[in-house]
Design a protein around this ligand. Structure first.
Ligand code: ATP
Ligand code: MG
Length: 582
């Protein structure tokens, strides 16, 4: 696919300016920081393309950091799938880090904050703390525990970590400013107790866990991140990010980074990705999966990376999409049609064409007496580089029911008795002669004669007809299951609607059809036999890329991993019609 030249996005401009000014000795380091509490979705890919893209473009490094500070929700299963999905997108990380690698350092820092009078243990409930926060225009109310002596804070924080305090009974708060117009400064929580779940890496070692605001900036700092890029909702957290760093850098330098007292990571924010007719939240996706409303995280209707992969999206098409939408400081909604447009444009160039019949009726060519004849058809018409395939021809073919009309007016150019010539795709010209019907009047067989001198690729093949129809030879045809996917939600922005988002699901988002496809797809059944043990969803480097096809007149399809040695399953990636208006 052609890559359009584009101008620098605003983050790239910042990076180039920093390089010109010689900041961080020309070092560029980013990180992608997923929380391993769900599968990656296409929103994450926007961040991935930014974080890894900056590192690639400016000879830097992008590390993968699992932001695993909430054991109640996280799991190793998610760590593995996140790695696999990033690798599939074609990005390479430098190191893999975990926020949990820093639990000791962060704990020691918290102790230091307490000793310096910058943190205290609060015994109030979460509700009480929330009530005292105030509003942006009214100052908050100080906790009665705010001025506890340092010794008491140290003892209680230690007791929290020792497991002596029940979950929810105490938190460690930063002592900053209860009147600050930025609500995040009103004594934010630094640590909470979680004893109900072991941590997927550190087990039962810790009973206290750092909050995002305290963990994220320090983790960036320990690793030497230069550009900490995230989404716009963190913009209001940035002063707090800087505040915590100020306490350990510059004149407060604590020697926790090899880059000296003046080094500080800088947070930058860009707009989140939102797409119409779907949701972009792990919490909601988890709900859909758990309640069986979709077939799993990799259901082809899901906006997850594994769902898109199974739907037939290629890594390149997803990356091209990100390039097209760009990065700004303004939140908005992207038309799902653009995503579909991008994969369609990609597959148009690469997906071999195949005949498939979705609503079959039998056609008998009464004057055909050949046997074992094969037709050579181009994989993509007009593209010699992509080669040809063999189609079995014969006396009995499946054609689309809608391609025959017993009585037609002169605007119908396809099959109808009465002398009209129609070309069978890539082969002969035929003329319908009649049909059989069952007791209810349904057509059961169509009869036709063919012209042996009209075969495509021969001299007679140049004869023009007004219509060309698809066909599949009956004896060699394969039965296949076509899964026709559509948008998961019936409304444009399910997150903005009142009520339960689950009531907004599109009831027709999956339609299953039994179809007939060309025997040339038999190779897919043989391949399925070989890959039966690795469905493509097992481990990082074992992602199997399934083949893409255009089923003529029907759309782009990909072979689904449910395919077995005797059953072909095809997912519709997108239809042929492009509804996206540029
Ligand atoms: P969710 O809201 O779906 O739970 P999250 O933001 O909690 O997502 P994280 O694992 O914390 O998920 O996200 C990792 C990174 O991906 C963060 O830097 C976050 O800003 C970014 N990210 C998450 N969702 C989007 C999105 N829709 N568009 C762009 N970036 C996103
Ligand atoms: Mg998050």
């Amino acid at each position: 696919m052609e890559q359009e030249e584009r101008s620098l996005n605003f983050i790239e401009q910042i990076v180039e300016k920093d390089l010109v000014e010689g900041k961080n000795d020309g070092r560029i380091q980013t990180r992608f920081p997923p929380e391993p509490n769900g599968y990656l979705h296409i929103g994450h890919v926007k961040a991935i393309c930014m974080d890894f893209g900056i590192a690639e473009k400016y000879n830097g490094v992008c590390n993968l950091r699992f932001d695993d500070t909430n054991p109640a929700k996280e799991d190793t299963e998610y760590v593995e799938t996140i790695e696999r999905d990033i690798a599939w997108l074609g990005f390479k990380w430098g190191q893999i880090y975990y926020a949990s690698d820093y639990f000791q350092q962060l704990y020691d820092l918290a102790i230091r904050f307490i000793k310096e009078g910058k943190a205290y243990v609060d015994e109030q409930t979460a509700e009480q703390i929330a009530e005292q926060k105030g509003t942006p225009t009214e100052p908050g109310v100080a906790s009665p525990y705010r001025d506890r002596p340092v010794e008491e804070n140290l003892r209680l924080f230690q007791a929290m970590q020792n497991g002596e305090i029940e979950e929810g009974k105490m938190v460690l708060r930063a002592k900053i400013d209860m009147a600050n117009p930025n609500m995040h400064f009103r004594d934010p929580i630094m640590y909470r107790i979680i004893t109900s779940h072991p941590h997927h890496r550190t087990g039962r070692k810790w009973n206290v866990y750092p909050m995002y605001d305290f963990a994220h900036g320090q983790s960036d700092y320990f690793e030497g991140v230069t550009h900490s890029i995230c989404t716009l909702e963190f913009e209001v957290h940035r002063p707090l990010y800087d505040y915590f760093l100020d306490q350990i850098t510059g004149e407060n330098f604590a020697g926790l980074s090899p880059y000296g007292p003046d080094y500080r990571p800088k947070q930058r924010e860009f707009n989140r990705l939102n797409i119409t007719y779907t949701v972009m939240s792990k919490r909601k996706m988890l709900q859909l999966v758990k309640e069986g409303l979709v077939a799993g995280w990799d259901d082809p209707r899901m906006p997850t990376v594994c769902g898109l992969r199974r739907r037939g999206y290629t890594p390149q098409s997803i990356r091209t999409f990100m390039d097209k939408i760009g990065y700004t400081k303004v939140e908005g909604m992207i038309d799902q049609g653009l995503l579909e447009h991008t994969i369609r444009e990609d597959l148009k160039e690469t997906a071999p064409r195949i005949c498939a019949i979705f609503d079959p009726v039998r056609l008998v060519i009464t004057n055909y007496e050949g046997s074992g004849e094969t037709i050579i058809a181009a994989n993509i018409d007009g593209n010699d580089e992509l080669g040809t395939r063999e189609m079995q021809f014969g006396k009995e073919l499946w054609i689309e029911r809608g391609d025959f009309l017993e009585q037609a007016d002169n605007k119908f150019y396809r099959l109808s008795p009465g002398g009209r010539e129609v070309r069978l795709k890539a082969s002969y010209i035929i003329q319908a002669t009649g049909c059989d019907k069952d007791a209810d009047g349904n057509i059961t067989t169509v009869y036709a004669t063919y012209d042996p001198d009209s075969k495509s690729g021969t001299e007679g093949g140049n004869r023009k007809t007004k219509a060309t129809i698809n066909w599949v030879e009956c004896n060699s045809a394969l039965d296949a299951e076509a899964r026709l996917y559509d948008r998961l939600f019936a409304c444009e922005n399910p997150s903005a609607e009142e009520g339960d988002f689950r009531d907004l699901l599109n009831p027709d988002s999956l339609i299953v059809k039994n179809i007939k496809v060309e025997g040339s797809l038999r190779s897919e059944l043989l391949a399925a036999k070989r890959s039966v043990s690795d469905s493509g969803l097992t481990s990082v480097n074992e992602v199997v890329n399934y083949n893409h096809y255009q089923l003529l007149k029907q759309g782009y399809f990909v072979v689904d991993p449910d395919t077995t040695a005797d059953r072909l399953v095809l997912n519709r990636t997108c239809s042929l019609k492009d509804n996206y208006l540029k």
